[in-house]
Ligand binder design. Structure first.
Ligand code: GDP
Ligand code: IMO
Ligand code: MG
Length: 429
């Protein structure tokens, strides 16, 4: 295998960053293919924490190449801040090791303003977006009025395009949302900095990745968000505005489907969700609080407390089917230590019927009653386990059952945030 797609099987925050970081040791390239800086991928190396939003998680390894492909939406301010922070921590984040697609769309200040104004007005019905302008940026892309990174090469035409794209939005922001509006002169002052600092990173990333594929170099495709947040397959409208499914690599990077050689799905040993929307196994009780506390379940991007609940095999099996998952990477198993019983939802009951999918309509999805299997828990500290045999029998039985119900074998098990706290069960690359 010379390439592997990493996806989140649930609602995001499964630990993709940690696993990408580990697998990068043997890879040559790490490529982000969708989403934007709504993503927050946390890596812990020797006790040091790094939070990445746009820069691929492989960047911590010297000599590896990070690629931000065309399917990603980029907030230049956030990207520059990230480059500066990483550089200040001694990492090399130069155009030699970070390549940015010239075709990636730019998240403009008016996208952020619109995202926040809309969410503010919706009140209770809000999606609970990250407020980073993701939805409005993808809207402009689909409406064909977006600005792309390559537009930064010519600031006169950048200004013209920005003014055209802004006209309608300024009206909306001022008169409908009664919100503050960004000013074109301020935007252009910022764009001059973006031009100077980011144009050197721009390239045709599709061609670069194609060449790497042709040369059989080892590539990791780093997904963001999770399958339940997919705009087509998630709990619409409580989703993000891109496709976190594995197939999205083909459009987000620009490669043929046959080129994808493996898919690894990240599965948190329980469930979490940030933002609104259906969550059948959510626990609004002491067990949910236990998971939040033990798992430090607070958003990497927004700091919001994550909603917590039992593992949902219906959700993970959906991801396995949708993405052609070869292996599961189970994370945060250590967090469950201390719970006497562990539950896994195997299916739901809706109007007296047994179903094994999440219904399309939110009002139905919210009425689904999960049906659980209960397994004995474990109490010991498993964070030092480095092979399956180091785990208590009950933890191993829980993992085996998870794998059986979700329809894919285990590829690795993570028992703590650090690189070392990992049980590898399969050789990738
Ligand atoms: P991502 O968005 O999928 O990359 O996940 P996040 O980084 O947003 O959230 C996962 C969090 O769990 C991070 O703070 C990680 O450092 C942490 N983490 C990852 N794996 C483990 C694990 O096995 N055990 C524990 N306790 N924490 C983990
Ligand atoms: P990573 O890559 C968890 C959620 C938001 C909200 C919905 C839409 O770290 O797993 P958006 O800002 O995308 O328009 O918000 O999607 N969301 C995430 N939840 N992890 C993420 O990324 C997320 N990115 C977006 O909370 O419910
Ligand atoms: Mg995250």
């Amino acid at each position: 295998m010379s390439n592997l797609v990493i996806v989140g099987a649930q609602w995001g925050d499964e630990g993709k960053g940690k696993v990408v970081d580990i697998l990068t040791q043997k890879a040559d390239l790490v490529v982000r293919f969708q989403g934007g800086n709504n993503a927050g991928h946390t890596l812990v190396v020797d006790g040091q924490k790094y939070a990445l939003h746009l820069v691929p998680s492989g960047i911590l390894h010297p000599g590896k190449i990070g690629v931000v492909a065309g399917g990603v939406v980029i907030d230049p301010e956030v990207l520059l801040e990230e480059i500066d922070t990483l550089t200040a921590r001694g990492l090399k984040v130069t155009p030699e090791v970070l390549l940015i697609s010239e075709k990636a769309h730019v998240i403009m200040p008016y996208h952020r303003a619109l995202d926040q104004a809309r969410e503010g007005l919706k009140g209770e019905g809000r999606i609970g977006t990250t407020g980073r302008g993701i939805g409005p940026a993808y809207e402009d892309k689909a409406s064909r009025i977006g600005l792309r990174m390559c537009d930064l090469r010519d600031l006169d035409s950048f200004r013209e395009k920005a003014e055209a794209a802004m006209a309608e939005k300024m009206h909306l922001l001022t008169h409908f949302y009664k919100a503050d509006t960004p000013n074109i002169d301020q935007i252009m002052a910022a764009a001059a900095v973006w031009q100077e600092r980011l144009v050197p990173y721009l390239t045709d990333t599709r061609m670069f990745v194609q060449k790497a594929l042709d040369e059989d170099r080892r590539i990791l495709f780093e997904g963001a968000q999770g399958i339940q947040l997919d705009i087509d397959h998630g709990s619409y409208p409580f989703v993000t505005s891109s496709n976190p499914v594995a197939g999205s690599v083909t459009t987000g990077v620009g490669l043929a489907p046959q080129k994808i050689q493996g898919v690894l799905a990240l599965v948190k040993a329980y469930s979490t969700r940030v933002g609104s929307g259906p969550f059948p196994t959510e626990l609004s009780d002491a067990t949910g609080d236990f998971m939040r506390k033990q798992g430090a379940e607070f958003g990497t991007t927004t700091g919001r407390p994550r909603r917590c609940g039992w593992l949902d095999a219906v959700v993970v099996k959906t991801a396995v089917d949708l993405c052609g998952v070869d292996h599961l990477a189970v994370t945060k198993l250590d967090v469950l230590s201390g719970l006497g019983e562990l539950k896994i939802a195997t299916h739901y009951m809706l109007d007296g019927e047994k179903i094994d999918f999440i219904p399309a309509e939110v009002k139905d999805a919210e009425r689904c009653q999960p049906v659980y299997e209960t397994w004995p828990g474990f109490f010991s500290d498993i964070s030092k386990a480095r092979k399956l045999e180091d785990l208590p029998d009950t933890a191993r039985r829980y993992l085996d059952r998870m794998s059986e119900l979700c329809g894919a074998p285990l590829g690795l098990v993570s028992v703590g945030p650090d690189r070392e706290q990992t049980i590898m069960l399969h050789e990738y690359f």
